[in-house]
Design a protein around this ligand. Structure first.
Ligand code: NAD
Ligand code: DAU
Length: 351
């Protein structure tokens, strides 16, 4: 059966890297990027492949079941890689319902349509749900999340992602639909929206603005270069065991404050500032409510069973990320000023 893969959220940070990898590596596949283009979705992320013959874009909200049905019909969708989501923890604290709608109801909409369209031959189709390590809650100073760690989400964001994981699993158990789930740690890299720690701080350092470190900066995250996450999705989509889940991580834990200081040093160097200049921008602010202390992924299963491991060191990945932001100040200006809407209307007017 020809592969017509619907990638949701493909105009976002991780989704755009996944779309690019699939468009370039699988010329025989049809890749349909479905995205509502919320504040986080940006077609500029995909300018290099927008004219590829195997690439298609559909501006659709996953809450619109009728529009989803039309897309499935029009493109004869054979598989789904589902990344579309509200993804920022801080926004989930101020607007939890947005996360319930997109992350839970939107996912169930997709599952319903896939179920009905694929029910005669589930074995020929796959629903790959892209999830997060945050569903496991928080760790103390030691230990790792494995695939069998109990779910214990602490933020509205992680509760909505946990719920969507459960729905995907339930559609597999109840209806026999084929699925895989990946739970990944914190990503970083080019095209990351500047509301998340690394791109926000790069942008603020460039503009000499304060760096708001939550609490004492003691929280720890496990950072993975976004292209390695895209490679992991490729690996699990093609070779992962049906009805199974895989943890994906960087084996790369950093306390926030240590990471911010490293970022300041690297930026001082790149911007020709005296050592220590950017560190003076650090500003300790009130902690995030319910702030998870530590995430750390045990990614040994995906390594052992499927041979995946990170290919980019943190030193290299962070350098590439900083250089990308310094070379793409226009992108930064567009996503922070709302100019992007003009780009979109210009490109798609009259189509
Ligand atoms: P992002 O916020 O950069 O992108 C999300 C994309 O989804 C955007 O293009 C947005 O327009 C689209 N979208 C949002 N709501 C939509 C809706 N209702 N209908 C259609 N499209 C909609 O997010 P990201 O950081 O690229 O994360 C992508 C996925 O990976 C999410 O599911 C997230 O939970 C998961 N994840 C992210 C990380 C991370 O570190 N960023 C780590 C692990 C897992
Ligand atoms: O672990 C995977 C998750 O990583 C993904 O599922 C989420 O979509 C993604 O947003 C990310 O969540 P975090 O909350 O870990 O990422 P964020 O960049 O928002 O924050 C990283 C750490 O930095 C966290 O401990 C909070 C802290 N922080 C963040 C911001 C934005 C600050 O200290 N100051 C800030 O201004």
């Amino acid at each position: 059966m020809p592969k017509h893969i619907l990638i949701t959220g493909g105009a976002g940070f991780i989704g755009s890297h996944v779309v690019r990898l699939f468009v370039n590596n699988y010329p025989d596949y049809k890749i349909i990027n479905l995205d509502a283009l919320t504040y986080a979705g940006n077609l500029e992320n995909l300018k290099d492949i927008e004219h590829a013959p195997n690439y298609f874009f559909e501006k659709v909200n996953i809450l619109d079941a009728a529009a989803l049905e039309t897309v499935f019909e029009k493109h004869e969708v054979s598989d789904v890689i589902h990344l579309a989501a509200e993804s920022h923890v801080d926004r989930s604290i101020s607007s939890p319902l947005d996360f319930v709608y997109t992350n839970i109801i939107g996912t169930v909409n997709l599952l319903n349509i896939a179920r009905h369209r694929w029910k005669d031959n589930y074995a020929a189709h796959r629903f790959h749900h892209v999830s997060t390590d945050e569903v496991f809650g928080t760790l103390g100073d030691t230990g790792f999340f494995t695939e069998t760690t109990s779910y214990s989400p602490n933020s509205p964001y992680s509760a909505s992602k946990a719920s969507s994981d459960h729905f995907v699993r339930a559609y597999g158990e109840t209806y026999g639909m084929g699925y895989v789930i990946t739970n990944c740690s914190n990503n970083y890299g080019p095209n990351h929206f500047p509301e998340k720690l690394i791109p926000l701080f790069i942008n603020n350092i460039i503009n000499n603005k304060p760096l708001p470190v939550y609490g004492k900066g003691e929280n720890t995250r496990d950072w993975l270069f976004v292209i390695d996450h895209a490679r992991a999705i490729d690996t699990v989509f093609h070779h992962g065991k049906n009805h199974d889940s895989y943890n994906v991580g960087g084996f790369n834990e950093w306390k926030n404050l240590d990471l911010v200081k490293l970022l300041c040093q690297l930026m001082d160097d790149r911007l020709g500032r005296a050592p220590g200049t950017s560190e003076q921008l650090i500003n300790y602010v009130t902690d995030r409510p319910g702030h998870d202390l530590r995430y750390a992924i045990d990614a040994s299963k995906i390594n052992r069973e499927l041979g995946w491991s990170p290919s980019v060191t943190f030193e290299e990945g962070l350098g590439r990320t900083i250089d990308w932001y310094l070379q793409n100040t226009e992108w930064l200006q567009h996503v922070t000023s709302g100019d992007y809407q003009k780009y979109y209307e210009g490109l798609y007017a009259g189509r």
